[in-house]
Design a protein around this ligand. Sequence first.
Ligand code: NAP
Ligand code: ZN
Length: 369
Amino acid sequence: MSETVHEVLLPSAMRAASSYEAKAYAAASASSPLTPLTIRRRQPGPTDVQLDVLFCGVCHSDLHQVRDEWHGSVPTVYPCVPGHEIVGRVVAVGRDVRGFREGDLAAVGCLVDSCHTCPACLDHEEQFCAGPATFTYNSPDPHLGGVTYGGYSNSLVVDQAFTLKVPNGLDPAGAAPLLCAGITTYSPLRHWNVRAGQKVGVVGLGGLGHMAVKIAHALGARVVVFTTTPGKVEDAIRLGADEAVVSNRATEVAKHAGSFDFILDTVSAVHDLNPYFGLLKRNGTLTMVGAPETPLGVGIMGLIFGRKRFAGSLIGGIRETQEMLEFCADKGITADIELVPVSAVNQAFERLLQSDVKYRFVLDLATIR
Ligand code: NAP
Ligand code: ZN
């Protein structure tokens, strides 16, 4: 793809006055690599915060979306600029902005707007907004037309209600993945009331999985990781797990039968869930946050015997995301990252597909050209 200005659906004079150019990395189609693209961002309005993006994590959802793997539920609009694990420096604020000032570090996750009035929004669960919510990328953009563009870009404008504060003491690059991988694991662990004395399984040790290990450990749980990669066993222990099991070793897996209060499955690909139901205690819950592109088979008998529950969870609301950031600052938790230049994003995607991630790629936006 050559470097072009993406045309949005507004008269050109209005667009020029109300928006400015920013640099981004975008995919032109499901089979294209990400390449540089000049996009437009809206000029900050009265309640907006304008950020120079410093760091953006590479979530497996970015890959699913770029390659249109969720076509049946969330079809991708091209060009697609992904990225929803964003930490930046505030460079301007609108006249009605309270709580953010030029020079502050600030963060943006998966959400940039919602209706503010539906039951989910009133419960501070904007991710489930009936509106629906405006996601950071690939959602209809109410300001400029077209779709929203994410954090694989040097600049971003977000309403203050969807801008997070980065607590002092958190490394900005290591904090970026908290904005999706952190909240996506924190929210279900809290919702299902994981606490000291409980036994928690984490399936898949990638970006989400390694955050789940750190957070569940910090909540006081006994943590067991299930990984397909034998080379990650030692890392799992270092990250805070009490034990790690290679998931195709059936006898090792079977030792944990009937023992888990809660299992969080973070796997990005189709895999067999049914052995994990057998590992739950009576009334135990297996929650899926991994979002493979095709349906997974669930053997109902594995749920009926033991009154077990199979659930899903989607990121977290803004208030809970701020709470998670404070929790991580308090416990000294950030992601283990590999900081790479933006131009390495296509190699990062390939390594995600090989499960070769330790444990989150973070793009250094200072390198964008
Ligand atoms: P990731 O870093 O690529 O990690 C996924 C891990 O899954 C891999 O490292 C690997 O761990 C395991 N895995 C991969 N292929 C597997 C297979 N065929 N069988 C068994 N295990 C396999 O991905 P991520 O960024 O953590 O995201 C994980 C999933 O969560 C993605 O589907 C993403 O879209 C989804 N997600 C959901 C939400 C939500 O709100 N629900 C939010 C963010 C992301 P091992 O090497 O340890 O086996
Ligand atoms: Zn994500």
